[in-house]
Design a protein. Structure first.
Length: 201
């Protein structure tokens, strides 16, 4: 399996590296974001390039579609994310269920780890939900930044490499207000559309 990379050099949360493949069909293997200590490309190098550098490649209609929607999201325009191009098959069943539930969390809303646990019919497994979200390989498209603590503070985001500042930035892009590291908004809501998200301006 030949992997490629594409680097988004600038975004509201810094550099982003997308690891993808085009055979046997186009799929995104991972979306890597930068953290305060490392750029996404440095993280990708440590994880994927031990035996040689991955080629930078943008020659894919599907990848360009994904990049377009991410750019729309970052610029607060109409966007539509889909699970179609994500390699979900590599995930264990519980993590996949958690991430699919998280995908359906609407823009402008938040949920808690217990909310997601209930959504996947494992109401006592909220700690396992936290672990699954911490290992989310597809941030932004699967919006793990929309899960907060029970008191609605924005902690518990160590798995999203950018840390709390990136989480705060993305929540503000979602239209939420943050006061004292706490989300000020409506009650937790999980959308019912299991295939896609749409935001209309």
């Amino acid at each position: 399996m030949t992997l490629f990379k594409y680097i988004i050099n600038s975004s509201p949360i810094g550099e982003i590296t997308i690891i993808w493949r085009k055979k046997p069909q186009f799929q995104i293997e991972e979306i890597i974001i930068s953290n305060p200590n490392q750029t996404s490309s440095q993280i990708a190098k440590e994880k994927y390039e031990k035996e040689g550098e991955l080629a930078i490649n943008k020659k894919s209609k599907q990848l360009n579609n994904v990049l377009k929607e991410m750019n729309n999201y970052f610029n607060e325009k109409n966007y539509r994310f889909s699970l179609e191009y994500l390699n979900l098959d590599k995930l264990k069943p519980f993590q996949r269920a958690v991430l699919e539930a998280e995908f359906n969390t609407e823009k402008g809303t938040v949920n808690t780890y217990k909310d997601i646990a209930k959504a996947v019919n494992s109401p006592k497994a909220y700690r396992a939900v936290g672990t699954a979200l911490a290992k989310n390989p597809f941030p932004i498209i699967i919006p793990c930044h929309r899960t907060v603590k029970a008191d609605r503070t924005i902690g518990g985001f160590s798995g999203f490499a950018g840390g709390l500042e990136s989480k705060k930035t993305l929540l503000e892009l979602d239209g939420l207000m943050i006061q004292g590291k706490k989300v000020v908004g409506d009650s937790p809501i999980i959308a019912f559309d299991k295939t896609s998200q749409t935001k209309l301006v």
